[in-house]
Ligand binder design. Structure first.
Ligand SMILES: Nc1nc2c(ncn2[C@@H]2O[C@H](COP(=O)(O)OP(=O)(O)OP(=O)(O)O)[C@@H](O)[C@H]2O)c(=O)[nH]1
Ligand SMILES: [Mg+2]
Length: 367
């Protein structure tokens, strides 16, 4: 899974797919992904305030007519970055959990509108850690910021801890880039506290724009999008209008399983878990009862973790499998048969070669 270049040209067929004209987008995508396995998932971006399927196509008639560019969503772990991007995309492309450090990659999400194309980078939360995996995660957030036109600093209005301070430091150190600060989880915060946080952040960051939002309820999100568009450069669209993300269905499968692990296991276990896909078999064209046959391995670091992951009589693994399968079926709009194996892969969070094998490092870093 290689990160997209800073300003990719309008991508070629690898990122393209047939336009998905209806809500049956996911099943239409099957054909797309068969043709370009391990390439991008494409879809019509569908959000509450996104253009409808018959909205006018973007008309990139030269400078001043259309805006397109990259927005890095930066913040502490658990601030709501993935929730926000998913909401704008209208699809769960990035997994979400109530535990911090859920996102491990930079994930591209493309929202195409008649007047602008916003290309979001959802990023891992900025935090301090001496673990190799975590350092790689933070460096992905930094590289996404360096590759973007606008920095969106998403603040957890409910909780500002050490990681928040680190994220604050990071966005303040950005170079030549507009800064928009959005205080998230406004649905949980009373007006007085919100005013206080707003004043504090205005003082600390001197932002180009600042507002309160809720990625969960949608509050402030139209306004935030308008702010973001106003800071994008004049440019024709950089991705085909049907492109939704750079994540493959394979990658999304692994992530959905990891999401279930994050939800159902505790303490160090989610942080010692990686998921790889062993088999990804799509339904054949014309199948009467289309079915995805998927097989994944859940890697843990120790025998004790393996025991918990499997659970008494295999109960935990069954729950994980069921949660992930139901969500995958909803995403793919097709039945899924999912097998999960658990394996001990010693110290994978520290071993650079294994991290690279799992896709957490660029391959050039492998040795
Ligand atoms: N009440 C409320 N909860 C929210 C809001 N936005 C996100 N959440 C919750 O906050 C938790 C973290 O959300 P994520 O989207 O995973 O946060 P993240 O910033 O991507 O986290 P990392 O990937 O760990 O960096 C989840 O339980 C979300 O449901 C919001 O606006 N209001
Ligand atoms: Mg996230």
């Amino acid at each position: 899974m290689s990160p997209a270049p800073k300003k990719p040209p309008r991508p070629g067929p690898a990122l393209l797919g047939p336009k998905a004209p209806t809500a049956r987008a996911a099943t239409d995508r099957v054909a797309t992904d068969q043709a370009v396995t391990d390439q991008a998932v494409t879809d019509q971006a569908q959000t509450a305030d996104a253009p409808s399927a018959d909205a006018p196509r973007p008309s990139p008639d030269g400078p001043g007519q259309y805006k397109a560019g990259f927005v890095a969503i930066i913040g502490a772990p658990n601030a709501g970055k993935s929730t926000l991007m998913n909401r704008y995309l209208g699809q769960k492309v990035a997994i979400v959990s109530s535990k911090p450090q859920t996102t491990r990659h930079r994930i591209l999400g493309v929202v195409t509108q008649p007047e602008a194309q916003l290309i979001f980078w959802d990023t891992p939360g900025v935090h301090e850690s001496n673990k190799t995996l975590n350092q790689e995660m933070v460096s992905k957030a930094l590289s996404a910021m360096a590759d973007s036109d606008v920095c969106l600093f998403l603040v957890d209005g409910e909780r500002r801890d050490q990681a928040h301070d680190k994220a604050l430091e990071t966005v303040k150190a950005r170079k030549d880039m507009p800064l928009i600060v959005a205080i998230n989880k406004a649905d949980l915060i009373g007006p007085e506290k919100l005013t206080q946080i707003i004043e504090e952040l205005r003082e600390q960051t001197s932002p180009d724009r600042l507002l309160a939002v809720s990625a969960k309820t949608g509050r402030g999100l139209k306004k935030l999008k308008k702010f973001l568009v106003s800071f994008l450069p004049d440019s024709p669209p950089l991705y085909d209008e049907d492109t939704l993300t750079d994540q493959s269905l394979r990658a999304i499968t692994a992530e959905y399983v990891r999401e279930a692990v994050f939800e159902l296991t505790h303490q160090e276990i989610p942080y010692s878990t990686a998921v790889t896909v062993d088999e990804f078999r799509e339904p054949k064209a014309g199948d009467k009862n289309p079915l995805y046959r998927l097989s994944v391995t859940v890697h843990v670091e120790r025998e004790s973790q393996k025991k918990v992951m499997i659970g008494r009589g295999g109960q935990m693994l069954r729950q994980i499998g069921q949660k992930a399968r139901l969500r995958l079926e909803a995403f793919l709009e097709t039945k899924v048969f999912l097998s999960i194996f658990v394996r001990i892969t010693d110290h994978w969070t520290e071993d650079r070669r294994t991290l690279a094998d799992f896709g957490y490092l660029d391959t050039k870093d492998k040795d």
